[in-house]
Design a protein around this ligand. Sequence first.
Ligand code: GSH
Length: 213
Amino acid sequence: MPGIIFYHCPMTRSAIARWTLEEVGEPYTIETVDVRAGAGGRTPAYLKINPMGKVPAIKHGDVVVAENAAIAAYLGDAFPDKNLAPKIGDPTRGEYLRLLFWAANCIEPAMMQAHLKFETQRGQAGWGDAELVFDVLAQTVARTPWLLGDQFSMADVIVGSGVAFGRQFGMIPERPEFEDYLARINARPARQRAQKLEMEAAEAAHKAAGAAT
Ligand SMILES: N[C@@H](CCC(=O)N[C@@H](CS)C(=O)NCC(=O)O)C(=O)O
């Protein structure tokens, strides 16, 4: 099995990919792309990995994948024995894919709409509007224990990370469904490991910056 390279910058949206990697539990090496310094991800070498110049991305053998939801989908399929993705032919596979795409296409813009406070026409914007997305999100995360039922999946990582990010920055309203779901995802050992690693990396970067001044 080829190794996994993780193009990462601590305390950014690439923390989501870190959670996917911790759920998979295979070794990975980190290539830090400090998107807050200098050219960030806009170097010729990294733009070949992700033309957006953004983290995260992974390389697994010759396969390069950027975008959190795509990384989750890829890893879920690449490591079928980890049971993080319904297999092709499984009746829950359609809902699984819908949730991954829906999170990227609808939750993220809805959070931005709530944050930046602009109007959309429900029938025109792909995500409708923030109120519609948050209502559907509340119904979605009320499924227990996980979004597909008994089986935790990468859809929980992607939708759950959206809920966690949105609640942390006040971009998603407080609702009991969101708080209950956050309690369930926060109890995942892989999420706890990923968060601890993120804190350690952030502290190390802070110390290194202090030492340099
Ligand atoms: N849609 C992307 C979003 C990634 C993203 O926004 N990454 C930010 C960090 S939170 C970034 O790399 N920003 C640096 C830049 O754009 O220069 C995903 O889900 O992977």
